[in-house]
Write a protein of this length. Structure first.
Length: 108
């Protein structure tokens, strides 16, 4: 199987080969950046704090938060984690800050 150093060297070589294989001919890398709902909820909170919430298209944030809610009622920190309490609290807070009523059947 080889020594630990040999295994490490092989892992580094494979990683480098993969990264260089995904590099565009002009020398850059491109990939879609994805985040969980916490970034969206925190953005809503910041705009509320700054008083800029009326000048931003935050309805899009509500749509995104609702789309990401899972069947069990919560939100995930990462895909397939089954739901995360902290992430769910942030998403719920974001919806409430956007004016979604506590009695709305979807959030929660």
């Amino acid at each position: 199987m080889g020594s630990d150093q040999e295994q490490l060297d092989r892992a580094i070589e494979q990683s480098q080969a993969y990264l260089l294989g995904t590099q565009y001919p002009d020398g850059y890398w491109w990939a879609e950046l994805e985040a969980n709902v916490t970034m969206t909820a925190e953005t809503v909170l910041l705009h509320k704090i700054w008083g800029t919430d009326t000048t931003r298209p935050l309805a899009k944030a509500e749509t995104f938060l609702r789309q990401e809610q899972r069947a069990h009622g919560g939100w995930e920190l990462f895909y397939g984690d089954g739901g995360d309490l902290s992430t769910s609290i942030e998403a719920y807070l974001g919806l409430r800050l956007l004016g979604v009523a506590a009695t709305d059947p979807a959030p929660g």
